[in-house]
Write a protein that binds this ligand. Structure first.
Ligand SMILES: [Zn+2]
Length: 276
């Protein structure tokens, strides 16, 4: 009983840091904010990584809930929050198996850190980060000694270095890594393209969904877009039905084996020939 009580006590964070981007996103729900704050707390302030289970996250988000059955229901709500947070680019779940059953870690992608460069820290800031200064106890819980951010600064003004060891590049806006180190798989790329309001990007997404290239980073996908920009733009005038028919023919050709060499130009040819 005593032990149970201590466990419950220790998992309540002193502070939750929730980025404005998360709080003000119209695509998220209130619980999502708390879940993000807890992931960020575990990852950046407490354990150095967030490998917590859904039930653990539910316990932290609902510290007053002691009923195990109700906590299981809360854990399912947490699961939905994670999906929304990931679909909107705020977190990334890393799995240890292909079936995505075993979760290794959750990475928060909006960071509070600003600069890793010590010479940008003024003497004033140096005093601020000393750990025995009572006034800044909320800042000193961080492991990073160079947090100089004010929570009111717009994210776009942040100098936010890539988290990859040794990488000197700037992290992507609202992300932890630069485009070379920021991971993106096919499914994430396709989702991203679908949400674009530019027709040629949507077409490139559909093309990727059809031919399934195996790229892993944002930079690789950016290069992929650039390579396909011209043929994708040439496809803008065609309507949905014509495009569908072209994609279907490509898919059929790959499946049946008579189409081995193909590019977006092939798609263009298929569509224009079908018109004649
Ligand atoms: Zn990098």
């Amino acid at each position: 009983m005593q032990k149970e009580k201590t466990t419950q006590m220790t998992i309540i964070p002193d502070f939750l840091i929730i980025p404005g981007q998360v709080i003000f996103s119209p695509k998220l729900q209130p619980l999502d904010h708390k879940v993000y704050g807890v992931i960020y707390w575990l990852h950046s302030l407490k354990d150095g990584r967030c490998s917590a289970s859904n039930i653990y996250l539910a316990r932290v988000c609902f510290p007053c809930e002691k009923d195990n059955e109700k906590l299981k229901t809360k854990a399912r709500s947490v699961q939905n929050s994670l999906t929304r947070l990931e679909n909107n680019g705020f977190i990334q779940r890393i799995f240890r198996d292909k079936a995505k059953k075993m979760r290794g870690e959750i990475l928060p992608l909006v960071s509070y850190r600003v600069s890793l460069n010590d010479d940008t820290v003024s003497s004033n800031n140096d005093t601020k980060v000393s750990s025995n200064d009572d006034q800044i106890s909320n800042i000193s819980i961080s492991k990073s000694k160079d947090i100089v951010a004010s929570a009111t600064s717009p994210i776009s003004n942040y100098k936010n270095p890539c988290f990859k060891d040794g990488c000197k590049k700037e992290a992507m806006r609202g992300k932890r890594f630069c485009s070379e180190h920021q991971l993106m798989n096919l499914a994430q790329f396709v989702t991203w393209c679908k949400e674009s309001n530019q027709k040629h990007i949507e077409i490139i997404g559909e093309w990727a969904e059809t031919v399934k290239p195996n790229f892993k980073t944002v930079a690789q996908w950016q290069a992929y877009i650039n390579r396909n920009l011209r043929p994708a733009k040439a496809l803008i005038p065609f309507d949905r039905e014509q495009l569908e028919a072209g994609f279907e023919r490509i898919e059929k050709g790959i499946k049946e084996g008579w189409l081995t060499e193909y590019s977006m130009e092939t798609l263009f040819k298929f569509i224009t020939n079908a018109n004649k």
